[in-house]
Structure formats: structure tokens, C-alpha cells
Design a protein. Structure first.
Ligand code: HEC
Length: 157
């Protein structure tokens, strides 16, 4: 009996420790637009980050030119080229920009990729009614870390 209880308590502890590692979108702490800690509690994977640059909710190259990804079509010019971005910004600054660029660059058109509240109007496009249910960030905590890890590889020689 006692043994079984101990195991359940341990399992519960393990689960809460795993959850606590992820910084939720509403809990990100910005310091002059920069975010010092990993949002997922894990290192990012640059290869996975490179994929996000070019598809789905990320689609960074719709607005940014990246020479290292020049095999991909349609690089936009809305934002600055990201070549050498790791020389211009620290990892914490890059994480802050990717999570919520509007803190570093007030009024920017760059989307806030890790944000779930404080939108001016979040409605259902068809009914015009208020959005229902949980709002998911455009990118997950781990996807943000993957993109940050990829951007950290973009240094000018
Ligand atoms: C709708 C266009 C748009 C999209 C999509 C977009 N950005 Fe941006 N981004 C901008 C603009 C514009 C700026 C310049 C900031 C400003 O508005 O002053 C910028 C700035 C940046 C900067 C700072 C660059 C520098 O050298 O100063 C980084 C880093 C960045 N974006 C990364 C990303 C990443 C990573 C993604 C995809 C996850 C992304 N952006 C998606 C428009 C965009």
C-alpha cells in the first residue's frame, strides 16, 4: 500500500517537472525584447529550425532573404535579410524577436510567433463571432528553439 502510494507520488512529481520546463506563451519574460531562457527547456535543433523557416506557420522566408536557403523559391523583402543575423543579435535577443517581435520592434508587421493573448481582434473569420476555445501559438516552444538554433548558425565569415 505504502509502496504503491510512493510510486504514484513519484510519477506525479515527474509529470509536473516535465510540464514546468515549458515556458507558456503568457509567462515569457522579456528583458528589453530579449528572452534569456529556453522556452522548451531543451536545446533547439538547427536542422528542424531550417525546415520551419520555409513552411507552415513559420514561413520566415516569405519576408526574409536567407542565402543559406537560396535553393528554396520566393524569398521576400518585407524584412531584412537574415544573413549574419547571429553577429548582429545575441541568442536571447533572437529568441525574443522570434517569440514576439513586437516587443523589440514596436509596430512591426512581423507576426508574434509565441503569443496567445492580447490580440486586438481575434474573431471567427466566417461567423464574425469571438474566437472559441484555446488559442495556440503559431509555433510551439520547441519550434521557437529550433528556429533560434538555426538562426544562430547564420554568421558572416
Ligand atoms: C510578415 C513578414 C515577416 C515574417 C513572416 C517574418 N518576419 Fe522577421 N522581420 C520582419 C520585419 C519587417 C523585420 C524588421 C523589424 C521591423 O519591423 O523594424 C523583421 C526582423 C526580424 C529579425 C531581426 C533581423 C535583423 O537583422 O535585425 C529576425 C531575427 C527575424 N525577423 C526573424 C524571423 C523569423 C525567424 C521568422 C519566421 C519564424 C520571421 N522573422 C518571419 C518581417 C517578417
Amino acid at each position: 500500500m505504502r509502496y504503491a502510494f510512493g510510486l504514484a507520488a513519484l510519477a506525479a512529481l515527474g509529470a509536473s517537472a516535465a510540464l514546468a520546463e515549458i515556458v507558456q506563451p503568457t509567462e515569457v519574460s522579456f528583458d528589453d525584447g530579449a528572452v534569456a531562457v529556453s522556452l522548451s527547456g531543451q536545446p533547439g535543433d538547427p536542422a528542424a529550425g531550417a525546415e520551419i523557416m520555409n513552411k507552415g506557420a513559420g514561413n520566415c522566408i516569405a519576408c526574409h532573404q536567407v542565402s543559406a536557403l537560396e535553393h528554396l523559391p520566393f524569398h521576400g523583402e518585407v524584412g531584412p535579410p537574415l544573413d549574419g543575423v547571429a553577429d548582429r543579435w545575441s541568442e536571447a535577443e533572437i529568441r525574443g524577436i522570434v517569440a514576439n517581435a513586437k516587443i523589440m520592434f514596436e509596430g512591426t508587421v512581423m507576426p508574434s510567433f509565441y503569443k496567445t493573448e492580447g490580440f486586438i481582434r481575434l474573431g471567427d473569420a466566417y461567423t464574425g463571432d469571438a474566437h472559441e476555445g484555446e488559442v495556440e501559438p503559431l509555433l510551439s516552444a520547441q519550434q521557437i528553439e529550433d528556429v533560434v538554433a538555426y538562426l544562430m548558425t547564420l554568421k558572416e565569415e
